[in-house]
Ligand binder design. Structure first.
Ligand code: IMP
Ligand code: MG
Length: 179
C-alpha cells in the first residue's frame, strides 16, 4: 500500500545526537564502573544506529545482543500487544545489562521487554532510550537514561523508520504530512 505524501523537517541534528551520546556514555561508564563486561541489548530494528554509536563511545568491554519486539507495522499507531519476534542469543543471568531502545512512546514495548529480561535475573539492568515522548505514555515506565525528550510528533531517521523508510537519515526529523 502506498503511503500518504509527507516531508521531513529536521528536529535534532547529527551533531547534537553525537554530543548527547558523549554525555550519556560518561554516565553509563560511571554506573557500570565495576562491570567486567556489559551486555548491550538493542531492540530491533530502530536502535541499530544508536547502539552502534553508543558502544563505540562507551570504551569498555561489551557484548552486543539483539531482541526484536513487534512494532507498529506500517501505521503510526502503537499496538498495546507486544510480542517477542526474536529473542536474545545469550544468557543474561547474573550479568550486567543495558537495554537500548530508540523511542519510548506509549511505553508498552520497553515495559514488556524490561519485565521479561528482569525475570531472567540479571545482576544489574538499566535502560536507555534515544527519544522519549512522555505525553504519550500509557505504561508506567521511564528509561534510566534519555537522549532527548520530544513532543508528540512522529519522527524518523537515525535508525527510526516510517513504513521501513528513512532509517538512514543521519539526523532525527519529524514527519509532516502534506495531503
Ligand atoms: P511504544 O511501545 O508505544 O513505547 O513504542 C515503541 C516503539 O514504537 C519504538 O521502539 C518505535 O519503534 C515505535 N515508535 C514510537 N514512536 C515512533 C515515531 O515517532 N516514529 C517511528 N517509530 C516510532
Ligand atoms: Mg522500536
Amino acid at each position: 500500500m502506498s503511503q500518504p505524501a509527507y516531508v521531513i523537517d529536521k528536529m535534532i541534528s547529527a551533531k547534537s545526537i553525537a554530543a548527547r551520546i558523549e554525555e550519556l556514555c560518561d554516565d553509563i561508564r560511571q554506573e557500570f564502573a565495576d562491570t567486567e563486561k556489559l551486555i548491550v541489548v538493542g531492540l530491533l530494528r530502530g536502535s541499530f544506529v544508536f547502539i552502534a554509536d553508543l558502544v563505540r563511545e562507551l570504551d569498555m568491554p561489551v557484548e552486543v545482543d539483539f531482541l526484536e519486539a513487534s512494532s507498529y507495522g506500517d501505521s503510526t499507531e502503537s499496538s498495546r500487544e507486544v510480542r517477542i519476534l526474536k529473542d536474545l542469543r545469550g544468557e543474561i543471568h547474573d550479568r550486567d545489562v543495558l537495554v537500548v531502545e530508540d523511542i519510548v512512546d506509549t511505553g508498552h514495548t520497553l515495559s514488556h521487554v524490561a519485565h521479561l529480561l528482569e525475570s531472567r535475573s540479571p545482576r544489574k539492568m538499566k535502560t536507555i532510550a534515544l527519544l522519549d515522548k512522555p505525553s504519550r505514555r500509557e505504561a508506567d515506565i521511564r528509561a534510566d537514561w534519555i537522549g532527548f525528550e520530544i513532543p508528540d510528533e512522529f519522527v524518523v531517521g537515525y535508525g527510526i523508520d516510517y513504513a521501513q523508510r528513512n532509517r538512514n537519515l543521519p539526523y532525527i526529523g519529524k514527519v509532516r504530512f502534506t495531503e
